[in-house]
Design a protein around this ligand. Structure first.
Ligand SMILES: [Fe+2]
Ligand SMILES: [Fe+2]
Length: 284
């Protein structure tokens, strides 16, 4: 007898929207439209989502107007869905412009590390950006802060969101732009209730395990980086965008699904009742 686990919480995941003040990038990409497509994929699924996490590079050049656009497009969805939103800071972001527009907080150059609790699930963002640099880091002060946050377990555990993901990187040029000080992060996570880590930065979907915790990287909503042979540089393509959905189950497991975010049409649709007498009994 098998029992299908029931999801207690779900977190929508988007990354690397790269909003620009001009409204376009690489000539043909409109970051507001491609990001909006990712939010539409999440909302259009009809799956109940508890919170939305953006894992950074919200803006391409950190312009104030780009963050205002990001806030506006996000609100168009969240005013219907009610999703609370948590923002991680990426290497393209500028804290002083991001804090007022997205967090409703005064401008600051300090790391934007934040905690949000949703029905007993704790969501934590760690700001891995280093102003003026592309690679990421976790400072000793941040590791201490994280240890303090995690000292008391949350009822349903914790999801950690950050821009630079602690995963092995296939694209060698991107590996040079990696998260440094990973041992600090690993030590801070030891013995904690963190059930999943969400990241971005790489612009392609990948997953791994870090400190015993599954790590899921969402592709960018702006443009995708193609996997290339070692030493193959970086090739950006217009397509293959996706949002992610992290599902947290009542048996302790997590699952991660990709939702294609580029325009697509339905080939066929079969109603649920066709399946109700088949195979495994499923509660939902
Ligand atoms: Fe990015
Ligand atoms: Fe990045």
């Amino acid at each position: 007898m098998t029992r299908e686990p029931i999801a207690t919480h779900r977190v929508g995941h988007v990354s690397d929207s790269h909003f620009t003040a001009s409204g376009s990038m690489h000539g043909t990409v409109h970051p507001a439209a491609t990001y909006s497509g990712a939010l539409a994929a999440l909302e259009g699924s009809g799956i109940p989502i508890d919170a939305l996490v953006h894992t950074g590079d919200v803006a391409d050049h950190g312009e104030a107007d780009a963050y205002v656009a990001a806030a506006t497009v996000t609100r168009e969805t969240t005013q219907r869905t009610g999703w609370p939103v948590l923002w991680a800071v990426g290497n393209h972001d500028v804290r002083a412009a991001m804090a007022p527009a997205l967090l409703g907080e005064p401008a600051t150059d300090e790391p934007l590390d934040r905690v949000l609790e949703v029905r007993g699930l704790r969501l934590v963002t760690l700001d891995t950006s280093i102003p003026g640099r592309v690679e990421g880091a976790v400072t000793e002060a941040q590791a201490e802060w994280l240890r303090a946050v995690l000292a008391e377990p949350a009822e349903h555990g914790t999801v950690l969101a950050l821009h630079h993901p602690p995963v092995p990187v296939e694209v060698t040029a991107m590996a040079r732009l990696h998260l440094t000080e990973q041992d600090r992060l690993e030590a801070a996570l030891a013995g904690s209730d963190v059930r999943a880590i969400l990241g971005g930065h790489l612009h392609y979907a990948t997953s791994s395990v870090f400190a015993g915790v599954p790590v899921h990287v969402a592709p960018a909503t702006a443009y995708t980086i193609r996997l290339t042979k070692p030493g193959g540089g970086v090739i950006a393509v217009d397509g293959a965008r996706a949002a992610g959905l992290l599902s947290l189950y009542d048996d302790g497991r997590v699952g991660y699904s990709a939702l294609p975010a580029d325009p697509q049409h339905v080939l066929d649709s079969t109603p649920e009742d066709v399946f109700t007498t088949m195979g495994v009994d499923v509660e939902h």
